[in-house]
Design a protein around this ligand. Structure first.
Ligand SMILES: NC(=O)c1ccc[n+]([C@@H]2O[C@H](COP(=O)([O-])OP(=O)(O)OC[C@H]3O[C@@H](n4cnc5c(N)ncnc54)[C@H](OP(=O)(O)O)[C@@H]3O)[C@@H](O)[C@H]2O)c1
Length: 405
């Protein structure tokens, strides 16, 4: 990708350089504090003090989130007490707080409030710190991940029962951040690449949002399986070439900006990359929508498959009828939560395979901005961190990393 072209793209989109979130927010850390052996004092009666980012009504995170403190009684019978280690801030978490995500959280008064509240966050990893005598198959110190969305993971501690969590069977070589982020994005990329278009080694797929969590996972899995990828990113005022290099290092075959995708000569360029069009582009993965998604659909070979899994631009997907009538392109949607509900064993196998690739050094985490959450961390810092993740062109995914809680 020519840097001049990238700069022109960014200017056309009126993009401004983003300040480094690390510089702007002093509470970000790079040390993994979850390795700290220190724990807070627990009361003589075994009650655990907990804090959670909660909401009682839907709205913008900055308007509706608040930090709620409560206590958790000692685990007995079938109960488990968990201490969270890490929990990402995914776009779906924000949509859920806004009330526009189909999976709704449970609003409850069980955390000691007069008005029902829900705990935000869907994905994460926690350590079992105590358990009742009837709990089987789990032990103190085990790491668990959430089985389904709606658990509420932006919290220091939680009490639950075993059917809501999945034990991480083999923790060797797996960091808390990897465990906290493996269930959603890597599984989504994995199932879309395996489930649509009957992809075989050497086949091409095209995707937008290629630098996002799902996009990076798709690039790396494609490299493992021998698929070739044509990756679309948004051009930025600075750093487009660096981003392209980063994605190529992960295994991307081609990286282009959305402006290059929409240029008239793009189809000719695709032909150059795909041996004059003899190597069909069989699959498209779309998390953006709008005009760039329409342009991406046109890259597909006849009979290709177009899978939509997100709508980051909030623009509708508009499709020329010719793609359906004359090119027989098949359009699908994919939602990892529904798939996991339908196929829990396959979900477990998928997670285990991704973790195996991590151990072999064949799969890297998405770049993250660690947001340190300690007992003393202030409400406004935590909510500010969530608000910060709403901006595009970020250096990494925001992940709460729990320190001394
Ligand atoms: N259906 C499912 O099962 C499923 C599962 C996982 C994720 N998702 C969805 O997939 C999407 C990506 O999730 P993620 O976790 O990979 O996100 P992420 O890591 O936060 O990355 C976001 C991606 O979206 C791009 N983006 C942000 N705002 C945009 C805009 N206005 N127009 C075009 N692109 C924009 C970003 O590009 P820049 O760097 O240029 O900002 C980046 O590539 C979200 O919509 C999420 O809800 C769906």
């Amino acid at each position: 990708m020519a840097s001049k072209r990238a700069t022109a793209t960014a200017t056309a989109l009126r993009l401004t350089p983003q300040p480094s979130p690390r510089a702007a927010t002093s509470y970000l850390r790079t040390t993994p504090p979850f390795l700290s052996p220190h724990r807070r004092h627990i009361s003589a009666y075994g009650y655990e003090q907990a804090k959670a980012l909660t909401f009682s009504k839907y709205g913008e995170p900055a308007d509706v989130l608040s930090l709620h403190t409560h206590s958790i009684s000692p685990a007995h019978s079938h109960n488990l007490t968990l201490r969270f280690l890490a929990a990402p801030i995914n776009p779906a978490d924000i949509n859920q707080i806004q009330g526009v995500y189909p999976s709704k959280p449970a609003f409850t008064t069980a955390l000691g409030t007069a008005t029902p509240i829900a705990v935000a966050g869907n994905e994460g990893v926690a350590e079992v710190i105590s358990l009742g005598s009837s709990v089987k198959g789990l032990a103190k110190g085990d790491w668990v991940m959430m089985k389904a969305p709606g658990f509420g993971t932006w919290r220091t501690h939680a009490q639950t029962t075993p059917e809501h969590v999945t034990r991480l069977e083999d923790r060797r070589g797996i960091s808390a951040i990897t465990a906290a982020t493996v269930s959603v994005n890597p599984c989504t990329a994995y199932r879309m690449l395996r489930g649509f278009g009957a992809m075989r080694p050497g086949d091409w797929f095209v995707q937008n949002g290629a630098n996002g969590g799902v996009g990076r996972a798709a690039i790396q899995l494609a490299r493992v399986w021998g698929f070739r990828s044509l990756n679309i990113v948004r051009g930025r005022a600075e750093g487009t070439d660096e981003l392209a290099r980063e994605l190529r290092d992960l295994g991307a075959d081609v990286v282009v900006t959305d402006a290059e995708l929409q240029a008239p000569e793009f189809r000719e360029r695709v032909k150059e990359w795909t041996a004059g069009g003899r190597e069909p582009v069989k699959l498209a993965l779309n998390c953006v929508g709008g005009k760039p998604a329409t342009a991406m659909a046109k890259v597909l070979a006849p009979g290709g498959h177009f899978v939509t899994y997100g709508a980051m631009s909030k623009q509708p997907l508009t499709l020329p009828a010719s793609l359906l009538i004359f090119k027989d392109v098949h359009f699908h949607g994919f939602w990892v939560s529904k798939w996991a509900e339908r196929e829990p064993d396959e979900k477990k196998r998928t997670v285990e395979h991704v973790l195996e690739l991590v151990r072999k050094g064949e799969f890297k985490d998405v770049p993250v901005e660690e947001l340190l959450w300690e007992w003393e961390t202030k409400e406004e810092e935590l909510i500010g961190a969530v608000k910060g993740t709403l901006e595009g062109f970020r250096k990494g995914k925001g992940v709460f990393v729990f320190g001394r809680t």
